[in-house]
Design a protein around this ligand. Sequence first.
Ligand SMILES: [Zn+2]
Length: 353
Amino acid sequence: MNPLESRLAYPFGETLPPPGRKFEIAPGIYWIRKPLPFALNHINLWLLRDHFEGRQGWTVVDCGIASDETRALWDEVIDHELERLPIVRVLCTHTHPDHLGNAAWLTERFGAPLWMTLGEYAMGRVLQSGLLGTDGPSTLEHFMAHGLVDAAHAETLKLRTSYFARLVPAMPLSFHRIAAGDAIPIGDETWQVIPGFGHSPEHAALFAPGVEILISGDMLLPRISTNISVHAMEPEANPVQQFLDSIDRFAALPAQTLVLPSHGRPFRNLHERIAQLHQHHEERLAEVLELCARPTSAADVVPVMFKRELDTHQLFFAFGEALAHLHALWFKGRVVRTRGADRVYRFQVAPPA
Ligand SMILES: [Zn+2]
């Protein structure tokens, strides 16, 4: 949780949209919330009034996971909140299941296209098909190379197969590509695509200068820091640096910008939040660097960064995040990486040149 949350402003106070109902953020821009069966128990989705390809209707930004509960709430929204107009376009900020889960279900139902970046769409297709990726055995191997020895967690991780496909049972077979710098007319506003890296392959945030509103997706959240992980598919990634470089792009936006995040409540004071996130990761990097006075694996970092008991789902993210911070130091040349006779990677403060 963000200890400096009180420095942010929440213009709608504690108000949340009731289940299955929309809440007006600005004319033609609405907020809906869907439940998630995780510690992070909700996601925010956005409804934008649109006229697209000759049709009056709605562009939906993000979709919720493909659960019966989420779909029942979608039915409520469709029946009562869309002013009898269709969904004309589905836009997903990125490929994570809470954002993408119902994309095929919605696009098929309304004959609407999916708009997404190439990086997110392609990664979604790969994960959805189960060809590669985060499935059990490759994840287990990845974590073992970074010191995971706990047999119970190892067994659960190995069995963690089809995780993505369970939450995203289908994907649209074609998409419309959006990319950095695009200006997308939606209803009366034009939304600029701001790319983001480090959390997912090619995240798209959307900024409407006319109303000074940023749909930030998962790249700028008020209460929690965005998960930044090194995954099995790209084991030598440097996502912490990518993330920090990405949020700096939002620093160019006006100070009074209203941020619509995927988790938490709409907030103002984005420049403060950007500074807080830099500070947060700086502190974590300092903590990890201290551990690296002696040879340190990601498994050694996890209990220092995460001082509570973790279930396997949480361990998956904690491990990825611990390794991401080690990699940030490694890429900066602050630590060197070695692989011991036990085949485990360890990181240690670089000796003076
Ligand atoms: Zn995400």
